[in-house]
Design a binder for this molecule. Structure first.
Ligand SMILES: [Zn+2]
Length: 450
């Protein structure tokens, strides 16, 4: 069995930009390297219709519980090395550690590479995990196209990209099973990821102490497009109170959105609002009142907030601005997702492991959306490891030891969740003469444990 060396997957000394766009040759090359390691570990490989890749290994007799560990390998344009792959390699390291461990575990472990997590190529994020949760159907495949290619007049659909990826795998890897879905549901889903802002790094600067993050909630986005219609006119002759200035309206919306975001920041309502001012009819001249403006608002929600709260607050703003600027404003909701809270049970267990192993931790949200938000699992969670330089750029940097720490936490957690109960010394002590196979069900085990 080949050892999993982090250097095989990361060049810790390099800050070369990564362009591993989803389903491209670059992405598939990296995936093949991971699949080869999965096979060396004795894992069976399956690939589904969206291109999710899954390595499966069973531990113990008649295993029932299924645990998935994974993340993505695709990057943004000119991204960094760690956003995504850290979570997949943590999965490999965990399986390696479980294989080398003396603890008896009983369960099925899957290491997953979720397809196309970044929205860079197709304008749609978490495509692989959304497919697993039923948020993307095969019918959508020809309507989703490569954004950059589209601008250059070429049309590459998601369907074609998946076909390329699948063909690449077929010609580079033996023994792949092609399935509809790599799984319908799992009992537990774990993901590790570099942090995408600088909360952990800032903590280090302040306290000179490394800390990992236990993600208790995963943010969602509510995206709204608005369109302002005013009236063009001569800036020299139209009285101020008669003007119907579309850019005025946009500026006012921007101001009010920021105020709203600030007001609710403690209760985690809004962040990042993006306003694009586009003035048709303005022609860049001083003397024309702009009659048209468009804007995009990107709200980020956490915890108990619902898209409905945000949309109601936004409509209120639009009404006021429209009245004040005498413009006609229409809005379109582009997407609205609800935030996802992770498993309190798993988070508690991770906290206990950290305490036992003297690893500093803090509970924190993920503002950005993550595969974990969509993966159909009974219990799911994720951890963040520190990253210098944030993410989505070549400067993102994490340390080897943080990836090791994430792997050791997931190893301990997997052992805990997949503990082979009927081989507990306790059980043997109670009734040493009874065959172990008699304790096949979880409910029996519980009774014996009492
Ligand atoms: Zn990522």
């Amino acid at each position: 069995m080949g050892k999993i060396e982090l250097e095989d997957f990361f060049n810790f000394d390099s800050k070369e930009p990564i362009n591993r766009l989803a389903y491209t040759e670059e992405d598939m090359k990296y995936k093949v390297k991971i699949i080869e390691k999965m096979q060396e570990l004795g894992m069976k490989i399956s690939v589904d219709k969206i291109g999710n890749i899954c390595g499966t290994i069973s531990f113990g007799n008649n295993p029932k519980k299924v645990l998935a560990i994974g993340s993505h390998t695709d990057s943004v344009y000119n991204g960094g090395q760690y956003d995504g792959p850290v979570g997949v390699i943590t999965g490999l390291k965990t399986v390696e550690a479980l294989l080398n461990s003396k603890s008896k575990v009983n369960g099925i472990v899957k290491v997953v590479i979720y397809a196309c997590e970044e929205s860079s190529r197709f304008g749609n994020a978490c495509i692989g995990s959304k497919y697993l949760s039923g948020n993307i159907k095969e019918d959508d495949y020809h309507n989703i196209v490569d954004k950059k290619e589209e601008k250059q007049g070429n049309r590459i659909t998601l369907e074609e990209a998946i076909k390329f990826a699948t063909t690449y795998l077929k010609s580079n890897i033996h023994d792949i099973e092609f399935v509809d879905k790599i799984f319908d549901t799992v009992d537990y889903s774990l993901e590790s990821h570099i942090e995408q802002y600088d909360i952990l790094q800032e903590n280090y600067m302040k306290n000179k102490q490394d800390v990992i993050g236990i993600v208790n909630t995963i943010g969602s986005a509510v995206r709204i497009k608005y369109d302002v219609l005013g009236k063009s006119g001569h800036t020299g002759s139209t009285p101020m109170k008669e003007r119907q200035n579309a850019v005025d309206a946009t500026a006012l919306i921007g101001k009010k959105i920021r105020k709203l975001g600030k007001k609710y920041e403690e209760v985690m309502l809004g962040r990042a609002s993006q306003v694009e001012i586009n003035t048709i009819g303005h022609n860049g001249s001083f003397n024309q009142i702009p009659n048209h403006a468009e804007g995009l608002i990107d709200f980020r929600l956490l915890l108990q907030n619902t898209p409905e709260n945000v949309l109601a607050a936004f409509e209120e703003i639009i009404k006021k601005v429209s009245k004040k600027t005498k413009t006609n404003i229409t809005t379109t909701v582009i997407s609205k997702g609800s935030p996802v809270n992770t498993s309190a049970m798993l988070n508690e267990k991770i906290a206990e492991i950290c305490e036992k192993d003297k690893i500093n931790f803090m509970k924190m949200p993920s503002w950005a959306g993550q595969d974990t938000g969509y993966i159909p699992a009974k219990e799911k969670t994720m951890i963040f490891i520190p990253s210098e330089g944030g993410s989505h750029n070549p400067d993102e940097t994490t340390k080897k030891e943080f990836i090791e720490v994430a792997s050791s936490i997931f190893t301990d957690l997997s052992k805990d969740l997949l503990l082979e109960k009927f081989r507990d010394s306790q059980v043997v002590k109670v009734s040493p003469s009874i065959s172990m196979l008699d304790y096949g069900t979880a409910s029996t085990n519980k009774e014996i444990e009492k």
